[in-house]
Design a binder for this molecule. Sequence first.
Ligand code: DX5
Ligand code: ZN
Length: 226
Amino acid sequence: MQQKTPLVAPSILAADFGFLNQSVQMLNDSEADWLHLDIMDGSFVPNFSFGFPVIEAIRKSSTKPLDVHLMINEPDRYLQRFAQAGAHLISVHYEACTHLHRSIAAIKSLGCKAGVVLNPHTSVNLLDDILTEVDLVLIMSVNPGFGGQRFIENTYRKVRVLKEKLIARNASALIEIDGGVDLQNAAALVQAGADVLVAGSSVFSAKEPAKAISALKHCNTSSTIV
Ligand code: DX5
Ligand code: ZN
């Protein structure tokens, strides 16, 4: 059986912001596929993170695509700014978009890939009428707002159901998982259908973050294969 290799998107939120440039260089030299940027507005989620100047600074030194996760209310107001700041992929929360179809179209019209994010309590069934429009579905495996939280086990079931729906519709959206992802759950997530793994704490709290990224990248590779 073919071993699927996931994309790995380290979350910069867990990096030491006093040494941001060094972290970006480390990620440039690592097997990371994307950089995951968590944007929090203190309203949609009970926390603030960072905004445009930080994204622009990262854009200047990063060689990898920027995967921007908007945990903000009324994201439509700022999509253009995020695209200008250097986002390659912009994901908006289902729970924050009254007119999700319009938001997805707006992201695409800016030349970015468009993703939709589901909170842990939000059913994948609610995406039935938009699945063929999105480039990515991000399933939150913690409640958004903070790094370092515990992985919610129901995520596996959501990934399996979503994967079946995508196959049934011949839709090409990637499935991304965010929150509490580490080597304990990574392989099972990939086997359930995940394509992209976001990892904050498990990467940046590791002694050697580049090795932690590599381990996630190859988490689904059978040890019997050399
Ligand atoms: C949570 C963020 C996540 C978070 C992941 O609100 O969306 O991207 O930074 O961090 P860990 O891997 O530590 O759960
Ligand atoms: Zn995130």
